[in-house]
Design a protein around this ligand. Structure first.
Ligand SMILES: *Cc1c(COP(=O)(O)O)cnc(C)c1O
Length: 353
């Protein structure tokens, strides 16, 4: 049986969080002399002199309506990276508790765990980049607090099988974090709809990829009210700026623009696949449910350097487990993709003479 109290670090349960000025008085009308703000205004024409809403209620209501999750089950972070960090901090006692990762996967899980001196247990994905369910279940110990599942996975690009994910969630008594940073490219596969079913599920999403707002830093965690309350307790009080809250709130209605970009990127991806397939240096293009491709090439390091020389930057994943010889390539705009293919063609010609 999942019991959140057993998963949290003991001191988190009794922790008194920082009470911000806006916690003590939440009204919007009045003379505010409680936060040592500048009463005259700011150096910009905008009223940035006031601290933002620490719980971002207005924005959460909007996210709630497009994602069909009550606002109280939404946590907002300075990027989903902040949520990853807070989840580890809330659950894992340093040098004692364990986190299970399924490499090859997103690097921040390992970095965050290392920062907090939390033990990592790595259970590699299968050669088809799917969960090795028996191996994951076997790796669970009484010290295991968290399992990270990334679907679609970075850097491999594929969705994990739903049944496998559900088996892990059902059989593990700790928290399962499902990172859906790329879910807008395969929206029918979201686990957000399963939050009612599983108390130990946290789903991460972000505005950084499909929404095109990486520069604003806004990530979402969807979970039970209890879990969201814990994350709120640990976060820096004003973690999302007024600028970010206002801009996202204003443009979130423009979901059609996001959908248009997703459609465009997915069709550009198909075109890019067709062009890459014709190149003799391309050995394999892994199936992708996201906005990037994991591509196996002959002599990845040389290809990488050749591209950099042409001022085209991709991610060299050739030293990563199960990604030997692979580059991770984000789908660019039409012109960028053409230049990529042209550069790869010129490399092919060079090596074939
Ligand atoms: C890009 C990415 C993120 C980062 O999201 P931010 O909201 O920009 O911090 C999270 N998870 C995965 C798997 C990613 O690829």
């Amino acid at each position: 049986m999942f019991d959140l109290k057993k998963i949290l670090r003991p001191h988190i349960l009794t922790l008194t969080p920082y009470a911000s000025a806006r916690d003590e008085y939440a009204g919007t009308e009045g003379i505010f002399l409680d936060a040592n703000e500048n009463p005259l205004g700011s150096v910009t024409p905008q009223p940035y002199n006031r601290y933002p809403d620490p719980y971002q209620w207005s924005l959460k209501e909007k996210i709630s309506s497009i994602r069909n999750v009550p606002a109280k089950q939404i946590f907002l972070g300075n990027g989903s990276d902040e949520a990853i960090d807070l989840i580890i901090r809330a659950t894992c006692t340093p040098a004692q508790d364990e986190v299970i990762l399924l490499p090859p996967t997103y690097g921040m899980y390992e970095v965050s765990a290392n920062i907090h001196e939390v033990r990592l247990v790595k259970v590699p994905l299968t050669p088809q980049f799917q969960i090795d369910v028996p191996a994951v279940l076997k790796a669970i110990t009484p010290r295991t607090k968290l399992i990270f599942l990334c679907s679609p996975n970075n850097p491999t690009g594929n969705l994990l099988r739903k049944e496998d994910m559900q088996q892990i969630i059902k059989q593990f008594n700790g928290l399962v974090v499902v990172d859906e940073a790329y879910i807008d490219f395969a929206p029918e596969h979201t686990f957000v709809s399963k939050l009612q079913e599983y108390e130990n599920l946290v789903v991460l999403q972000t505005f950084s990829k499909a929404w095109g707002l990486a520069g604003l830093r806004l990530g979402m965690a969807f979970a039970s009210e209890e879990i969201v309350q814990v994350l709120n307790k640990l976060k820096p009080p004003y973690n999302i700026s007024i600028l970010t809250q206002e801009v996202v709130e204003k443009y979130i209605d423009n979901i059609a623009a996001k959908d248009r970009m997703v459609t465009q990127i997915l069709s550009d991806k198909q075109l890019l696949i067709q062009h890459l397939q014709q190149l003799p240096i391309v050995e394999k293009i892994h199936p992708s449910d996201a906005n990037f491709l994991l591509v196996k090439v002959s002599d990845a390091s040389s290809v990488y350097r050749h591209l950099v020389n042409d001022r085209i930057i991709v991610r060299d994943r050739s030293k990563v487990i199960l990604c030997e010889g692979c580059l991770r390539i984000s789908v660019g705009n039409g012109e960028e993709n053409n230049q990529l293919v042209t550069s790869l063609k010129s490399f092919s010609k060079m090596v074939s003479v």
